[in-house]
Design a protein around this ligand. Structure first.
Ligand SMILES: NC(=O)c1ccc[n+]([C@@H]2O[C@H](COP(=O)([O-])OP(=O)(O)OC[C@H]3O[C@@H](n4cnc5c(N)ncnc54)[C@H](O)[C@@H]3O)[C@@H](O)[C@H]2O)c1
Length: 291
């Protein structure tokens, strides 16, 4: 056990790193807390070059984790790694398409090779553009399921391969409010996002006794490039935010804060949960307002 007197320089260095990374992501990562809630953890994160994934990567690093940053866009992954490293954090880029099973396998291996183990696998990559059911052909349906369901299954299996022998680990999945209820134009995406919640629950059930927790986050409408592209195609886009109980779109860092909690030991008794972070959307019913 280190003597308390010897801890001061380590803590001071840790606090400086949290401050630097928080400043680097100011306006996105937000907050200014001084504790490293993920100190020493190794996290592999998919689709981390943009939006929610980028915010999670920055926040994980700010909380003391080493992050392996995956994205299908190698430049985007590299940029996030540079942001983390400039602020004093630890990260590696690992480009690849998660619809190919070998990408998640290689990502889990890269985490172990670079940092010695894998504590958290966050399957975040996903997305779709809205198409009504009648206009959705089989190729489109397959593409949306490949990215939003099959890729999460590949990630889960890759993570378990490393975590089961370790006897511990956390699997996180970015699902969606569209996996909890119907959203116009999102039939394939919604089916996939509902599917990953159930996959996560079965993972929690089968692997809880082996020390592995599995949870999902269900974002509402978060202000990311993907959401902006979707929103721009909506006829009622100007009135959209007013229909959200909190009256605004969410920020990616608001998902990152929830992800830090689920990834951390603070959530040691939380498994099989789908945490809704949506400004209240899922709590409403589509009943016309009298106002
Ligand atoms: N933005 C929202 O409102 C919202 C709401 C609910 C759920 N989500 C979910 O959150 C996650 C992140 O979405 P976002 O809004 O941040 O999107 P985004 O488009 O901003 O970022 C997604 C990232 O994933 C990468 N990516 C895409 N396909 C990939 C693949 N095959 N392999 C590896 N990387 C790939 C992209 O290059 C991009 O960098 C997705 O799973 C999405 O479905 C988003």
């Amino acid at each position: 056990m280190p003597r308390p007197g010897n801890l001061a320089p380590t803590l001071a260095a840790g606090y400086r790193r949290v401050d630097a990374i928080t400043r680097a992501s100011e306006g996105e990562a937000g907050g200014g807390d001084m504790a490293e809630r993920l100190a020493g953890k190794v996290i592999a994160l998919t689709g981390a070059g943009s939006g929610i994934g980028r915010a999670c990567a920055l926040r994980y690093a700010a909380e003391g984790a080493a992050v392996v940053v995956n994205d299908v866009d190698p430049e985007a992954a590299r940029r996030v790694v540079v942001e983390i490293e400039k602020a004093g954090g630890r990260a590696r880029a690992h480009a690849g398409d998660v619809t190919k099973p070998e990408t998640s396998e290689a990502l889990a291996d890269a985490a172990v090779a670079a940092f010695g183990r894998l504590d958290v696998f966050h399957a975040n990559a996903g997305g779709a553009m809205p198409t009504p059911i009648a206009a959705t052909d089989h190729a489109r349906w397959r593409r949306d399921l490949d990215l939003n369901l099959d890729a999460v299954w590949f990630g889960t299996k890759a993570a378990l391969r490393v975590m089961v022998p370790q006897g511990r680990g956390v699997i996180l999945v970015t699902s969606s409010g569209a996996g909890l209820g119907g959203v116009h134009g999102l039939s394939a995406y919604g089916a996939a996002k509902a599917g990953v919640i159930n996959l996560m629950q079965v993972t929690a059930l089968e692997y809880g006794p082996k020390g592995i927790r599995a949870n999902a986050i269900c974002p509402g409408t978060m202000d990311t490039p993907q959401l902006r592209a979707w929103l721009d195609a909506q006829p009622g886009r100007d009135r959209f935010a007013a229909g959200i109980p909190l009256g605004r779109l969410g920020r990616p860092d608001e998902i990152a804060h929830a992800a830090v909690f689920l990834a951390s030991d603070e959530a040691s008794y939380v498994t099989g949960a789908a945490l809704v972070v949506d400004g209240g959307i899922a709590s409403t019913m589509a009943v016309p307002s009298s106002d």
